[in-house]
Design a protein around this ligand. Structure first.
Ligand SMILES: [Zn+2]
Length: 255
């Protein structure tokens, strides 16, 4: 499979994936124009659209794409998504004919209450739940729900490409280093991301194995996060309490 993160809006990535014949699907098209341009530049044909959640920066381009292409749209059950879609939920598998691909649907509420993710073919399309070295804001859900999502992701194959929907990595790393300053792989990732961004390249996708080594929101069971939580006044905190403390600290972190 060929893939490209298409930059859109201020800091969104729209994932475009195609087989050798140029049959493509797109994940979370918040805008149509950059998707059309990317398809045209490569000679690809759009065959399907996958949506993770209802926020407009993830679905804003669907109307135009559906009008101009013969595509099936997959989405969670949410009345705020005003398109004709195939509704999918936890335990469902999506079988695309073109490009030939199968994805498992994971329900991962927290950022929104109906957020889903798609895992398969070596990819994880996780919308605004897992970010590189960070996680999404809790707009409609609880820390417990988002931690459950992180746990689901943790069990995917370590070589999985984490395809998140925003370029937040550098700011996430600044927060992560404030929590876990002695983490060698995290420092290495800081340098790598600085270089990529200087060259104008995306910092994503990342490998799940690298997220497990560097992302504090996937590391609530680590010694480092336990120490940080204790230093911030919570002794004997549960893992949900450690996760919630991290998320609250990130909300107010001045990078
Ligand atoms: Zn969102």
């Amino acid at each position: 499979m060929h893939w490209v993160p298409v930059a859109a809006l201020s800091d969104n990535y729209i994932w475009l994936v195609a087989d050798d014949e140029g049959n493509a699907f797109v994940v979370d098209p918040g805008e149509a124009a950059p998707v059309e341009a990317a398809l045209k530049a490569r000679g690809w044909t759009l065959r399907a659209i996958l949506l993770t959640h209802h926020h407009n920066d993830h679905i804003g381009g669907v109307f135009d794409l559906v009008r101009d292409h013969d595509v099936e749209v997959y989405a969670p059950l949410d009345t705020r998504i005003h398109y004709k879609t195939q509704i999918v939920g936890e335990g469902d598998s999506i079988h695309l004919d073109l490009p030939r691909a199968t994805f498992q649907v994971l329900e991962v509420p927290g950022h929104t209450k109906t957020h889903i993710a798609y895992a398969g073919e070596g990819f994880l399309f996780c919308g605004d739940t897992l970010f590189s070295v960070g996680c999404g804001r809790l707009f409609e859900g609880t820390a417990e729900q988002m931690l459950a999502a992180m746990d689901k992701f943790s069990h995917l194959p370590p070589e999985t490409l984490v395809c998140c929907a925003h370029e937040y990595t550098a700011a996430n790393i600044r927060f992560a280093l404030s929590v876990d300053p002695d983490n060698g792989p995290l420092r290495h990732r800081r340098d790598e991301v600085a270089r990529l961004r200087e060259e104008g390249k995306p910092s994503v996708p990342s490998r799940l194995a690298d997220e497990l080594a560097t992302n504090p929101f996937l590391r609530v069971d680590s010694e480092a996060i336990a120490r940080w939580t204790e230093a911030h006044g919570k002794e004997h905190a549960t893992r949900v309490e450690r996760f919630a403390a991290l998320r609250s600290a990130k909300d107010i972190f001045a990078a």
